[in-house]
Ligand binder design. Sequence first.
Ligand code: NAD
Length: 255
Amino acid sequence: MDLTGKTAIITAGASGIGRVTAERFTELGASVCLCDVADGALADVEKALPDALVLKADVSNSGDVANLYDAFSARFGRLDILVNNAGISGPTKHVEDVTDEEWDETMAVNVTGQFYMVRKAVPLFRQAGGGCIVNLSSVAGRVGMPMRAPYSTSKYAVRGLTDVLAVELGEINVRVNAILPGLVDGPRGQRVMSEQAAARGMSLEEFMPFFLHNISMHAMVSMREIADMAAFLASDMGRHISGQSISVCGNFETY
Ligand code: NAD
């Protein structure tokens, strides 16, 4: 895979999957702009990736997104790749207990944030003669995840947005795909599993074998595997792939 000469914006790139993707894209030759809301993690990634443009921006705030694109355009001019990675896990609770605020915040970051990022990317892609968008969904956007109604619904919406954009933006040579990670080995995966176990009245030790049994490959996936799929889709190797929702999950069947 080669991303030499390409420019990429990666949202929520200061930690987790976004950071690993920013590192991988840099290794493969891309010039990277990343944003996040966490000050400490931003300072850390700025040191680790000195050539990257590191910005503080909340994707659910359209003013922040406009400022991000202004700073991006001033530095790079041309946009080739947008990785819409930012997404919060939302509450783990029965749907009847979900508050208005919890529902709205999950939709704002996970769905509206992707829309804000895409809307501003389109003129840059048009100018560049094409481009590529990778939206982070989840297997929870393919298999309904109990006790996580806001999150699961938002990740189904990401797949809907992906399908619509693939058709609409195909006209300007923009490819749009979604990645559906399964259980990812990292801090967030661990936290979500602990919450799922607690919601079922089980300990994490009891819950994990039960959960992994429903994955054909009986294992978590790594952040690097998600970053590699994003790089493959963004590279010329993926030049005829658009409108696809690709699960990287070891074949996850049910919750
Ligand atoms: P994470 O929880 O580790 O968070 C990564 C970063 O997102 C953090 O640095 C945080 O500050 C930033 N962030 C939060 N809200 C933001 C906002 N409004 N604007 C900008 N940045 C924001 O996440 P992760 O596990 O790396 O997940 C990345 C993506 O992959 C998400 O969309 C997530 O839903 C999806 N995903 C993750 C898993 C998993 O097991 N980790 C599984 C399926 C899908």
